[in-house]
Design a protein around this ligand. Sequence first.
Ligand code: AFP
Length: 341
Amino acid sequence: MPDQSDPSPIITIERHILDEQSFHPEATGTLTNILYDLALAGKVIASKTTRAGLAEILGRTGGTNVQGEMVMKLDRFADLTVTRLTDHTGRLAGLASEENAEFMRIPDQYPMGKYLLVFDPLDGSSNVDFNMPVGTIFGVYRRKKDFGPVDESEFFQPGRNLVAAGYIAYGTSTMFVYTAGHGVHGFTLDPAVGEFLLSHPNITIPTAKYFSVNLGYQMYWSRGVIRFTEFLQGHEGGVKGLSLRYIGTLVSDFHRNLLAGGVFYYPADTKDPKAPTGKLRLLYEAAPLAFVAEQAGGYASNGSGPILDITPDSLHQRTPLYIGNKDLVEKVEEFIRGLDV
Ligand code: AFP
């Protein structure tokens, strides 16, 4: 006789997102469908990233993006994939992508929705040539106005207003990790069936094991950040036994630290004292991951306060970022407060 006992159920991302909707009896299903659209975009992008070494996609376009960085073909592909899978559905009122200088309104021929999508289509794209992991980061806001074409100021909302956020990690497997304000849940793509299956329910960040930072820039850091780094290395009453891991793709570094415990930071540097802003973008990278971190029991700061409390005043605003275990991120705030002001 075959064993009739109930094996653990297989939960697809569709079922999970629908179940989450039950937390909001008033929900119309629109947000649910946006998340589902993003999961589909993740599958399409994953299928390309695994073939990125092939001639038709590898290589630079020769252009630069708004950040002045070299645009790779895969960035453009990822950007177009997310846009084309979300712009016509009647769920969004506008999109803002790290790849484009301007935000995008929904084209006239499509119905307009009540949400705004912000995203970094291919985080870590300079790693593509070296067969290293990359990711997509996304955040969903409710638009501020009830009707009419969206304007830029509607994107200038603090991360606290996010209704959902997450990322897709294209690594040894593809994972979709999201929060809609009820915990953080991770799904692994089963390439055989083409579905994201729940593999990491209710992720909470464990005691720190790693720290992740580009130590190559240490000479540009403030005293507080250098002292924090020494603390992580176990000097003078610091924490003992942390390992250093740095991939240079925020999604991958964050994902590892979320699952294993740890802190990632990309500080402000003093190369340009008038613009001590760090490298990472508030809207597309820092705020969505800060929402995930807080939902997993962690914390994200710009060095002086919560990332989620910062209201951007431009689409491509940069910020220092310290993200991961709450005690460690609070520690860096303490060092910065004590030594840098
Ligand atoms: P790219 O998308 O240009 O590769 O930048 C990746 C990134 O924005 C983020 O994912 C990394 O954490 C960070 O930059 C790495 O920057 P450094 O190369 O300066 O360490």
